[in-house]
Ligand binder design. Structure first.
Ligand code: CMC
Length: 428
């Protein structure tokens, strides 16, 4: 294999180094091209642009492979729990028992949020989407911990910001839900594990405890693990880009939450359930909606289908589909929406439009069905995605800082008007 690429521009040859990853991924390093030739590369939507080298997550979209720090996603989903996976992503190795106890013990020590945060929460109308509240309150953590704004924080200080964020995001997330239904918030219970504590804060009432069901706790662990990282996706790239300006961990993750909210990204899980509900209300004819998705004059897309990088299948979707079946059976729920989803998948997988474009169900297609079975309301689905993605964002932000990456600043090709003189108002 060649160690460089050669590009010929206006008759002149330029040699560009080739970079090879540990899974044999190959890239051409074009960073010197502009300085030497005056040319930049153009790649709208960064479809073929590597923004960084990273040792966190490996993804092969053609073969449907996903692993965190080398461990296959199906093994982690089957055998691990969310806090262990969070440690793995953030610190690079599976923790020893002592490291795990230390990590989860510290997280438990920081689950309370400052009471003044409740005043900010109270300022939101009950119509506020929980993702908007989550993003705003996570950003407001900088006000309570102003030392996090210092870009030269020590390793110990960064670790404390990480612990605080892991600990407080579930509290803020559950409170954003309580705000939307006009109920009093629940305070964390530190004797509970991470997922059980979140369920308690979501579903307990002052009048009634929430009865923990191991099937629900296991399903939540699995869903969060499956969402925990996905290399340089839209929200993670946002976190790294914002962080590259030396913004604090809290502001960087707040920006990531806003990016995740979009219906083409994490917001798709809410959009899927709304779509399945609409199909059900319309009589359940999946073929009609397949036809709409194929019609280029119709803006309708089959939500939960297609992926920028998976052109075979999304390995997370396979695990979630099986889990959806198991969870609904274990909880004795018969949800017609699951049947509609299965019919829709079957129809799409046998339709040349979807086959030719390599459009398969993605992680969001079945996750909403499980969230619903767990009692999570629809507009909290994307918040659940954020809860899962948090360790990934943290790990990527930390790696970006440790690699001392320069500020992110893409270039452009200008297509506007060439220079012209200002025209006074009366002459326009
Ligand atoms: N329904 C119908 N047609 C589709 C769909 C869909 N869901 N997705 C892609 N296409 C078509 C698209 O119209 C285009 O057709 P043509 O070549 O004839 O113009 C072709 O497939 C390629 O699509 P694209 O938009 O160029 O692909 P992309 O890589 O830019 O977009 C995507 C990827 C995920 C934004 C897109 O597939 C989509 O909008 N899916 C629905 C939203 C969704 O489920 N998003 C969640 C993604 S997974 C969670 C996450 O990690 O964010």
């Amino acid at each position: 294999m060649s160690d460089h690429a050669e590009i010929i521009l206006e008759g002149k040859s330029y040699k560009l180094p080739v970079v090879v990853g540990s899974e044999d991924e190959k890239a051409i390093d074009i960073s010197s091209l502009r300085a030497e030739s005056g040319y930049i590369t153009l790649d709208s939507g960064y479809k073929n642009t590597g923004a960084t080298t990273s040792a966190i997550t490996f993804l092969d979209g053609e073969q449907g492979i996903l692993s965190y720090r080398g461990y296959p996603i199906d093994q982690l989903a089957e055998k691990s729990n969310f806090i262990e996976v969070a440690y793995l992503l953030i610190y690079g190795t599976l923790p020893t028992q002592q490291e795990l106890d230390d990590f989860s013990g510290k997280i438990k020590m920081h689950t309370l949020v400052n009471e003044d945060m409740r005043k900010i929460l109270d300022g939101f109308p009950s119509t506020a989407h929980p993702m908007g509240i989550l993003s705003a309150l996570i950003s407001s953590l900088t006000a309570f911990y102003p030392e996090s704004l210092n870009p030269n924080q020590s390793k110990e200080e960064v670790d404390l910001s990480i612990i605080r964020l892991m600990a407080k995001l579930p509290t803020i997330a559950a409170w954003s839900y309580k705000n939307s239904v006009g109920h009093p918030v629940n305070y964390p219970k530190n004797k509970l594990d991470y997922c059980s504590n979140f369920l308690h804060m979501m579903f307990a009432f002052p009048t009634e405890d929430y009865e923990m069901n191991p099937v629900v706790v296991d399903a939540l662990n699995k869903l969060l693990i499956l969402h925990a990282d996905h290399e340089q996706n839209c929200s993670t790239s946002t976190v790294r880009l914002v962080g590259s300006a030396n913004a604090s961990l809290y502001s960087s993750v707040s920006a990531g939450i806003s990016a995740l909210w979009g219906p083409l990204h994490g917001g798709a899980n809410q959009a899927v359930i709304e779509m399945l509900e609409a199909i059900k209300a319309d009589g359940g004819d999946s073929k009609k909606f397949i036809a709409k998705a194929k019609d280029k004059d119709d803006p309708f897309r089959l939500m939960g289908f297609g992926h920028r990088v998976y052109k075979n299948f999304d390995p997370r979707a396979k695990i979630i589909k099986k889990a959806a079946d198991e969870v609904l059976t274990a909880l004795g729920i018969n949800d017609q929406i699951l049947t509609i989803a299965q019919e829709l998948e079957e129809a799409a997988l046998n339709d040349s439009y979807f086959v030719e474009r390599k459009l398969y169900p993605n992680v969001d297609f079945y996750s909403g069905i499980i969230y619903r079975a767990l009692g999570i309301p629809t507009d909290m689905f994307t918040v659940m995605f954020a809860l899962g993605r948090l360790p990934g964002w943290i790990a990527q932000w930390k790696e970006m800082r440790e690699q001392k990456e320069p500020i992110g600043r893409p270039r452009q090709i200008y297509t506007g008007a060439t220079e012209r003189n200002y025209v006074p108002m009366e002459q326009r």
